[in-house]
Design a binder for this molecule. Structure first.
Ligand SMILES: C[S@@+](CC[C@H](N)C(=O)[O-])C[C@H]1O[C@@H](n2cnc3c(N)ncnc32)[C@H](O)[C@@H]1O
Length: 345
């Protein structure tokens, strides 16, 4: 393990090497190794202990997973790599667009490591970036201070805030160039990504870059046998294990503002979405599922099967129903257990 005494200029050589791997490597094995090693290093800095830091917090808008699970997200290595790279690109672009300005980043839902902003903290100075770090778990803030202290990144921090990002009102009037939140599970269920977006996006300027730039939920029909073939590389070239029925929701800064207005006017967050189910496809692809596509920033994205966040969410198996449905209707449920409700007709 690297100790503080071995650091140069506040950053340990091992840490920098791992961060470079995370930003530059594409191959799964070195990426997995780098995230595993980084986890061990950061957990030691943080004093993260599995039994102590497991407890989830039930909020009125969803579950804030316990610090240990939030830290473990680091190991979802493609997710981590794409988010880190997208955020690095977003900061580089913001610096070009705003020459001479310090780039202010608001990060909601940091976990104990502020994982997604570690590379920009390593590569940009305190003159170049300032990061506001917000999490609802008090223990995360305590561990985060230890981690950033050990890495010598404390001077990049504008503020540590312990608050619920789904209700928090920004008090700092300084411009936010980039806002980041990754508090989601597949199909936007259980965690409060939508509620956080609906609260924060309307408080931010129209030109604040929101990361992820867009989360697209699509309904699809799946064939699980074909999907097993896909997993083992046995699906013939050009074939897929699914058929897309259509788009159910785009969650981005713009739609978050629209959804916040709908809720303020006592309408459901999402207008009901109706999609036809073609009978021929339903016979060959008998599962109804939701797909999650995350456009992080520019061309940095996560598609189905890249990450746990994008794993298809199975909803219904048609052969178990009395008859083959012809249509599916979706609404989005906000509250303690957010997620999509659906009805088949
Ligand atoms: C899925 S973890 C992700 C951690 C880290 N952002 C990453 O990507 O590796 C989500 C984090 O968001 C925090 N969180 C969830 N809901 C929150 C809320 N309403 N307000 C503030 N933080 C929240 C949780 O405590 C947890 O640390």
């Amino acid at each position: 393990m690297t100790r503080r005494g071995e650091q140069t200029g506040g950053h340990s050589a091992r840490q920098i090497q791992l961060i470079n791997t995370l930003l530059e490597e594409e191959a799964p094995l070195p990426l997995k190794q780098a995230t595993d090693q980084l986890f061990t290093l950061l957990a030691a800095y943080a004093g993260l202990e599995e039994p102590v830091h497991r407890d989830n917090l039930k909020l009125p808008t969803g579950t804030a997973i316990g610090p240990y699970w939030a830290a473990m997200c680091l190991k979802d290595f493609l997710r981590t790599q794409r988010f880190m790279s997208g955020i690095y690109r977003a900061v580089s672009d913001a610096r070009k667009k705003n020459p001479g300005e310090q780039i202010h980043i608001l990060y909601a839902g940091t976990g104990p490591f502020a994982t997604l902003v570690l590379p920009i903290m390593a590569r940009f100075s305190a003159k170049e970036i300032a990061v506001t770090l917000l999490d609802v778990h008090a223990a995360n803030l305590v561990m985060l201070e230890k981690v950033l202290d050990a890495l010598g990144f404390q001077d990049r921090v504008k503020a540590f805030i312990q608050a619920d990002a789904a209700t928090y009102q920004l008090t700092d009037s300084s411009k936010v160039h980039i806002a980041i939140a990754e508090t989601m599970q597949h199909a936007l269920e259980r965690e409060p990504q939508a509620a956080i977006s609906l609260n924060l996006a309307p408080q931010l300027a129209a030109d604040t870059v929101w990361i992820p730039q867009n989360i697209r939920i699509k309904a699809a029909l799946m064939n699980m046998q074909k999907d097993r073939d896909r997993q083992f590389g046995l699906l013939p070239e050009g074939e897929t294990s699914y058929r897309i029925l259509g788009r159910v929701l785009d969650l981005n800064a713009h739609t978050a503002r629209e959804m916040a207005v709908r809720i303020a006017e006592n309408h459901p967050a999402l207008e009901e979405c109706r999609l036809d189910i073609p009978a021929e496809q339903a016979k060959t692809f008998p599962w109804l599922a939701l797909f999650t596509h995350i456009q992080i920033y520019g061309s940095y994205a996560l598609h189905a099967w890249d990450s746990a966040l994008c794993a298809p969410r199975l909803l219904a198996h048609f052969p178990d129903l009395p008859s083959l449905p012809q249509q599916v209707n979706f609404t989005y449920r906000m509250g303690v257990t957010p997620g999509f409700d659906f009805s088949l007709h």
